[in-house]
Every structure is written in structure tokens, then in C-alpha cells.
Design a protein around this ligand. Structure first.
Ligand code: ZN
Length: 316
């Protein structure tokens, strides 16, 4: 049977200062701001989407930046690290680049035979860059990061949980994931088992529950092809006792949400229609785009948003 879920679609974080957020993800990391819109559930707050040149599923890191937000804490029931994929020989470049912008970087770690580095953004958001030769996505670049070292999209995500069994059951029985392996208490799952679809569970039995605010992940979205496969996923999850929302239109995809047993908010989002639906591909992210229902309120919404600009040329 064709899999209904094929990997990670996007990962959404809560952030602090919107300009610092843009500076870091476009300037330092070299992701493209592919959409500048507002939180559809709270239109007074920006929603930024950073990704590859088109914001393809599997590359899109999104943020809700709240000016002056307090920092959250990492803990159980959360995605604690978002891992991006880079070429196998790119870590030295990234270590040097991050140091240049005064961002503390871990030593080079090894996990499942691959090398990686760990660091945090300005809000203490946990990020990893995993060097690997398994990523067959074509290269692209934005800003001043050379194409051979550019981030290719997600590698995977780490879920910090108190126990794993119920979440493992969800992933492997209802979400087309399979168990790949265990190393030092880290349990890895994948759809194809490739960068862009990997999910790791790290068990923290005594750990405190994370608190969501700036610097923490709000939810992780998994990808499904289209509206029909999304409904199939929804039916199957509902039949198995999960409390799943109705299908919600997010303009660039449609979404369903549910809380997985370990407490992490999961979303399943469609690959269609994508970010070029309301902007030309060459001009993605330039204007504040609103869903049709919010257009009558544009003036009021824009007044509540702090103006931001792309500063990518300052990050050479
Ligand atoms: Zn989402």
C-alpha cells in the first residue's frame, strides 16, 4: 500500500524578536524567507516561513515571533532539537560561520555513524546540523552561504518524551514510520529512513515537562500528498482513538492536528498547493500576505506588526 505519510512537512517554533528571527534564519543559516504572513489563529502576530528556494515540504522551518516573549524551557512533551541536513564535508565551514557571528557551537558529536554539531539561535532554540552523504535533494542557496555548504532541508527532529511506547506505536502503526535503530537511549524512526523524514525519541523519565514560549517548538507537521490522503490519515487516526481536528485551510496547505501520547502537538499537512499560490516564485516572502478572510482587516493587522526587513547582505 502507498504510504500516506512521507516524512516531515514543517516544524513550527515560538520565537522572540521578529527582526532577530529573520536575521538568524536568513542571514546566518541562509534559509530563504518564503512567506511573511500572520498567525491565522492570532493575526496580530507574524508567521514566518523559512525554507529552500520554493519552501518545499521537508525544508520549512516556521516561526511565530512575539516581541518581548519570555523564554520557554526545554523538557518532555516537546520537540527539543530541529536537525538540518548538510553535506558530509560542511561542518568545518559551519563551525567557522557560527563562531564568526558569536554563536557558541558544540564539539563535533557522532550519532548513528554521522557527525553533527549542536547550537542555539538567539532565543535558545535547539538546532543541529548533521553532515551526511544520504541526502539526494538538489542543492540550492540563498544569501551568502556557498551552495556546496548550504542547508538542504530538514534532517530530522528529536522528541523528548517520558516514555516511548505509545508514541512509537503511533508512528509505526498509524503513521507509516518504521523503527530504524537505537543508540545511547535515542530511538530512531523513519519513513524512507532518509534526511527529511527522521524522528528520534529521547527518553527522559524524570524530566520536567517543557514550557512553551520563545525558543521552543510549538508543533511538528508531517507531510501527506493531498486532500484525499489527508482524509485517509484523519479517518485512520480517529478510528484508533486519536482526537483529531477537522481539516483546516492554511492557504499554502491544509492541516489536521492532534496531540500524540507523549504530549507533542502533531500536524499532518498536504504537499499542495505550496507557497507560490499567492506570490510569484521570484518574489516569495517580500510582502505581508494575508488569507482572504483577513484582508478586510489588513490595515489594523499591519499596524500591530513591527516592520521587518531582510538584512541578508550584512551576513557575508
Ligand atoms: Zn504547522
Amino acid at each position: 500500500m502507498k504510504p500516506l505519510i512521507t516524512g516531515i512537512h514543517h516544524i513550527t517554533a515560538i520565537a522572540g524578536n521578529p527582526q532577530a528571527n529573520i536575521d538568524f534564519y536568513t542571514g546566518v543559516l541562509g534559509l530563504r524567507l518564503v512567506k511573511k504572513t500572520v498567525n491565522f489563529d492570532a493575526p496580530g502576530v507574524y508567521h514566518f516561513y523559512f525554507g529552500d528556494e520554493l519552501g518545499r515540504p521537508g525544508t520549512v522551518f516556521t516561526t511565530f515571533p512575539f516581541t518581548g516573549a519570555r523564554k520557554g524551557t526545554k523538557g518532555t512533551g516537546e520537540v527539543t532539537y530541529t536537525a538540518f541536513s548538510v553535506s558530509v564535508d560542511s561542518l568545518d565551514y559551519w563551525i567557522e560561520r557560527l563562531r564568526k557571528y558569536s554563536i557558541p557551537v558544540s564539539d563535533v558529536l557522532t550519532r548513528f555513524g554521522e557527525r553533527l554539531i549542536r547550537f542555539e539561535d538567539h532565543d535558545s532554540m535547539g538546532i543541529e546540523l548533521v553532515a551526511n552523504d544520504q541526502d539526494d535533494r538538489s542543492g540550492w542557496t540563498y544569501g551568502n552561504v556557498p551552495i556546496e555548504h548550504a542547508i538542504k532541508g530538514f534532517y530530522g527532529a528529536t522528541l523528548n518524551l517520558k516514555t516511548k511506547d505509545q508514541t512509537e506505536k503511533l508512528l509505526t502503526e498509524h503513521m507509516d514510520y518504521r523503527f530504524i535503530g537505537e543508540e545511547n537511549g535515542r530511538y530512531r524512526y523513519g519513513t524512507q529512513g532518509k534526511p527529511g523524514d527522521l524522528v528520534d525519541i529521547v527518553i527522559d523519565k524524570s524530566g520536567n515537562r517543557g514550557t512553551q514560549s520563545a525558543g521552543t517548538i510549538h508543533h511538528i507537521a508531517f507531510r501527506t500528498a493531498d486532500a484525499a490522503s489527508q482524509l485517509e490519515v484523519r479517518d485512520m487516526l480517529t478510528e484508533n482513538g486519536y482526537q483529531v481536528t477537522e481539516v483546516i485551510d492554511r492557504n499554502y496547505f491544509t492541516s489536521i492536528y492532534f496531540r500524540e501520547p507523549g504530549g507533542v502537538l502533531f500536524e499532518v499537512a498536504t504537499d499542495e498547493p505550496g507557497f507560490a499560490i499567492d506570490e510569484d516564485e521570484a518574489h516569495l516572502g517580500e510582502l505581508i500576505k494575508l488569507p482572504e478572510w483577513a484582508e478586510p482587516d489588513r490595515e489594523r493587522i499591519e499596524e500591530s506588526l513591527i516592520p521587518v526587513k531582510l538584512t541578508v547582505e550584512a551576513y557575508d
